[in-house]
Design a protein around this ligand. Structure first.
Ligand SMILES: [Zn+2]
Ligand SMILES: [Zn+2]
Length: 337
């Protein structure tokens, strides 16, 4: 069993037992491996989901006695022995804090998937098959299995089937999640904004929502300054974005021989020598995020080798790519006192 690290963000300083906390669980880049991921398991007994017939009323998660397992319990700073409550008490009342396996997704209020649910590699428009119905059905089946009150999905470059569809057309079919496509969703005062774009790379073979440097900057400028949780598929340049180069992945022998002959220099971005790896993140996104938007949290994926969390200039960055490491990141967002 693995202990669950929860990272506090937001108005943490001065927080008291009555502080309001929203727990956010972040995953990304599941690439059709989602079927192995399991909902959080209770310490004893079972929780179940009472499905709502209305799109305005979320599904209810109940314990064996039929009591709402998401019921808020304020004034509960101490953690109880049964793993029940976390600071502020927004935690499921009977679900354990630890993970039984790599595949167990921890519970929380909001589950965010930041793109590349699919693994479609069709690059050319001519040969791209339209697997929209199939993918949306898989997503609904997936998200419906989890007890989080709200699920948020932002597309990635492997979701080419979503690119030509308007936000409402996707949302009408994606009934189990909030689809953010250059749009904002507000949950208990927290502003989430989602955008699917990634910068053009010549060797990328999945080209949904891929934009050239000049065009992508305009999309980032549209992000509202009032954004608390920014969700993009692309990382910002130089932050949890070190990916294996095409040559190192596909021709490792040639790549290693090349780097033996041509000595590598410290990288201008990070100062480290990293032959066979390069920064895939977007420089324009970095600038907008660090200088103008300054969100509390920035969630992304895309670069599989970059899974991790770091804080820079007061902003917490999270890459939760599942493709190379099964590690979700969990945040308690303190919204006020
Ligand atoms: Zn570097
Ligand atoms: Zn991607």
């Amino acid at each position: 069993m693995q202990s669950l690290d929860v990272i506090p963000v937001g108005q943490v300083a001065g927080a008291t037992s009555s502080s309001h906390v929203v727990r956010i669980v972040h995953i990304s880049d599941t690439h059709l491996g989602h079927h192995v991921l399991t909902p959080p398991r209770p310490i004893s007994g079972n929780i179940s989901i009472r499905r709502s017939n209305s799109s305005d009323v979320p599904n209810q998660v109940v314990d064996e006695k039929g009591i709402d397992a998401f019921e808020k319990k304020s004034g509960c700073l101490a953690e109880t022995s049964d793993g029940g409550f976390h600071k502020g008490g927004v935690f499921l009342s009977n679900v354990r804090r630890s993970r039984a396996s790599d595949y167990e997704i921890p519970c929380g209020d909001i589950l965010v998937h930041s793109g590349d649910f699919d693994w479609s590699k069709h690059s050319g428009r001519i040969f791209r098959s339209d697997n929209f119905e199939e993918i949306v059905q898989l997503m609904n089946d997936f998200f419906d299995r989890f007890p989080h009150k709200v699920k948020i999905f932002v597309a990635g470059n492997h979701e080419g089937c979503l690119e030509k569809r308007k936000i409402q057309a996707v949302q009408d079919r994606l009934t189990s999640a909030v689809y953010l496509y250059n749009s904002t969703y507000i949950y208990e005062g927290i502003h989430f904004y989602g955008s699917p774009y990634t910068p053009f790379r010549f060797m990328t073979n999945a080209r949904g929502f891929i934009r050239t440097s000049r065009k992508i900057a305009a999309h980032w400028r549209e992000i509202p300054s009032r954004t608390d949780v920014l969700v993009t598929h692309s990382p910002p340049h130089g932050i949890l974005d070190l990916g294996v180069t095409w040559s190192a992945r596909n021709m490792p022998g040639v790549s290693q021989a090349f780097h033996r002959v041509i000595p590598s220099h410290p990288c201008e971005t990070c100062g480290i020598i990293h032959p066979g790896r390069s920064h895939w993140g977007c420089p324009h996104l970095r600038e907008e995020v660090l200088i103008r938007i300054k969100p509390t949290l920035h969630l992304f994926g895309h670069v599989h080798e970059g899974n991790g969390v770091l804080t820079r200039k007061g902003i917490t960055f999270s890459n939760s790519s599942y493709a190379s490491m099964k590690r979700p990141h969990v945040f308690d967002f303190y919204t006020g006192f």
